[in-house]
Design a binder for this molecule. Structure first.
Ligand code: 3PG
Ligand code: MG
Length: 406
């Protein structure tokens, strides 16, 4: 983060600032069901408005695939932002062209304008330079505050930055600072907890993490594949049989890199997957043939909680069990509380992210007690995979300071 220009490196007074947000909020029956992304975007909008910038907000919403889809209009978001921000938000029916240009021309310093969904234009996802130039022509400065869309090389996340001075917004800045502190320059020992169901979707992530963390705890159904690959009979548990060799490779690489892999030592099992079925808690080498592992067991979680004081940094992605179906949320909830306590006590820096992980932390009631929770899904995963994120690479660097690997 030392290397990317932020709002501290620019005077925005009176300037037209094109602010890329991620307003891709969850909506059900026309209603926004989670305001988190809006709430997190507001400090940057407020700071820019307070500094008398003309704030021009850009975002995508859903996947209209280059067509105007009325249900995917950003218009309702202007009222939602107004409600959170407490100032009026103007709206323009297009993100480029005469409609956008007129709306921008009418904007006074300190006012906020929201432009229509960037993905109504085919050029957005194609990172088309004509669209990038049209977007750039609306403003004097570009500010990207959409970390959660930074894994997309689109016109509004990457292309436009080539044509304007380009800075990170406060949310992007906080996100990069938290992620850098967690994985690039962490206080050690660092523990990563990776759960979820499939190794196949998290292969690159695991490969990157074993080279960076001291302890890698594997939970969720993904652990079943690792256990089975070592010869443990996991009964009818979900697993990826074609991934056994891959799991063994990851374990061998971990050993060579001196990364300790921790797998469950016991499990909560049931013969059927539904809420509150009869369950059996068994040692990991005694999973009944007719049963499925649906959560890690109490011994596993006790041992992990007992180790938390020894870690300085924790990165968490993916639940440990089938947390949406009780009682298979028990381990994830217990761990979440212990991590929150250690964070409160100041002994642990905890960074969590990914859609399921945020839901699980919310379910445990501790979202606000982690050091940092990323609301990014794909971008958080790609960062854990060690990939360069185009939206970040496109931003201006502070002179003389090298760009990071991510
Ligand atoms: C997200 O919601 O994860 C981001 O807004 C990216 O959306 P996308 O996956 O449609 O590019
Ligand atoms: Mg996106």
């Amino acid at each position: 983060m030392k290397n990317i220009k932020t709002l501290d490196h620019v005077d925005v007074a009176g300037k037209r600032v094109l602010l890329r947000l991620d307003l891709n909020v969850p909506v059900r029956d026309g209603k926004i069901t989670d305001l988190t992304r809006i709430e997190r975007a507001c400090p940057t909008i407020a700071e820019l408005a307070h500094k008398n910038a003309r704030v021009i907000v850009l975002s995508h919403f859903d996947r209209p695939k280059g067509k105007r889809v009325p249900e995917m209009s950003l218009r309702p978001l202007s009222a939602a932002i107004r409600d959170v921000l407490g100032v009026d938000v103007f709206f323009a029916d297009d993100c480029v062209g005469p409609v956008a240009e007129e709306a921008v021309a009418a904007l006074e310093p300190g006012q906020v304008l929201l432009l229509e969904n960037t993905r109504f234009h085919k050029g957005e996802e194609e990172n088309d330079d004509t669209l990038s130039r049209q977007l750039a022509s609306l403003a004097d400065i570009y500010v990207n505050d959409a970390f959660s869309a930074a894994h997309r090389a689109h016109a509004s996340t990457a292309g436009v930055a080539a044509h304007l001075p380009s800075h990170a917004g406060r949310l992007m800045q906080r996100e990069l600072e938290a992620l850098t502190a967690a994985l690039e320059e962490p206080e050690r020992p660092v523990c990563a907890i990776v759960g979820g169901s499939k190794i196949s979707t998290k292969l690159e992530l695991l490969g990157n993490l074993v080279g960076k963390v001291d302890v890698l705890v594997i939970g969720g159904a993904m652990a079943n594949t690792f256990l089975a690959a070592q010869g443990t009979d996991v009964g009818r548990s979900l697993q990826e049989r074609d991934m056994h060799a891959t799991a063994r490779d990851i374990m061998a690489i971990a050993q060579a890199q001196k990364c300790e892999i921790v797998l469950p030592v016991d499990a909560v099992t049931a013969t059927e997957f539904r809420a509150n079925p009869p369950v059996r808690v068994v040692p990991i080498d005694a999973v009944p043939a007719d049963s499925m592992i649906l959560d890690v067991g109490p011994k596993t979680i006790e041992a992990l909680i007992a180790r938390l004081p020894a870690f300085k940094t924790l990165v968490w992605n993916g639940p440990l069990g089938a947390f949406e179906t009780p009682p298979f949320d028990a381990a994830t909830v217990a761990l979440a509380h212990a991590v929150a306590d250690a964070t409160d006590a100041g002994t642990l820096r905890s960074v969590a992210g990914g859609g399921d992980t945020v839901s699980a932390l919310r379910h445990a009631g501790v979202v606000d007690r982690m050091s940092y929770v990323s609301t990014a899904g794909g971008a958080f995963l790609e960062w854990l995979e060690g990939k360069a994120l185009p939206g970040i690479l496109a931003l201006d660097a502070v002179a003389g300071v090298l760009m990071p690997a991510v």
